[in-house]
Design a protein. Structure first.
Length: 202
């Protein structure tokens, strides 16, 4: 099952997708207490800029060649903080101010101070014809983004405002990014629908 983000088919579909490669694999010997410490550099592959889910699988074989296996799944966060965005309205009129509240929080939910950069981009979709090696043609959707506004805030215990004014009707994304003390990036995106003069397709 895969997620299709094209404008006509947003949602989950059962189209096949290449599996993610193993982050690491190997063998080892248990110590006298039956433990084995393993380490691996976790790369999220094609997963978007959010938390990633990893599964650790192991099989143990005894002297009689009998084996027992187990697995455990855990979450890896992209950074030590997350950015929160809140819009008073999900749908606004063109040239109308759209108030956006911004806050940053640690993984445990506590508020933290961080510099957050917010970009508002207009997103449009276009189709592109592609020819496969066997000569057949298919249509692919491509997103085209145009930045229309930007602001920066430093968060505190209470949300900080970042007001944007969409210049025309369309579909917009409010994208916020912040870096934790280790330089890792956290990204949050919300939708903003704008109506007004002119034709627009959501």
């Amino acid at each position: 099952m895969d997620y299709d983000e094209s404008p006509r088919r947003r949602g989950y579909s059962y189209r096949s997708r290449a599996p993610e490669p193993n982050a690491a694999e190997g063998t080892g010997r248990l110590d006298e207490k039956g433990n084995l410490a393993v380490s691996a550099k976790l790369e999220r592959g094609t997963i978007e800029k959010g938390p990633g889910s990893f599964t650790l699988e192991a099989s143990v074989v005894d002297q009689n060649r009998q084996s027992v296996s187990g697995r455990s799944t855990f979450v890896v966060h992209p950074a030590s903080l997350y950015v929160g965005l809140r819009s008073a309205k999900a749908v606004v009129r063109e040239k109308e101010k759209a108030p956006i509240d911004v806050i940053a929080a640690a993984i445990d939910g506590s508020s933290v101070s961080a510099k957050v950069d917010i970009a508002v981009v207009e997103q449009k979709w276009k189709t592109k014809a592609e020819q496969a090696p066997d000569g057949t043609w298919s249509t692919k959707w491509e997103a085209v983004e145009t930045e229309i506004a930007r602001c920066s805030v430093t968060t505190a215990n209470d949300p900080k405002p970042c007001d944007v004014t969409p210049p025309r009707a369309g579909y917009f994304l409010v994208r916020a990014t912040a870096n934790d003390p280790e330089g890792r990036t956290a990204t949050t995106v919300i939708d903003l629908y704008v109506y007004g003069t002119g034709q627009v397709s959501w």
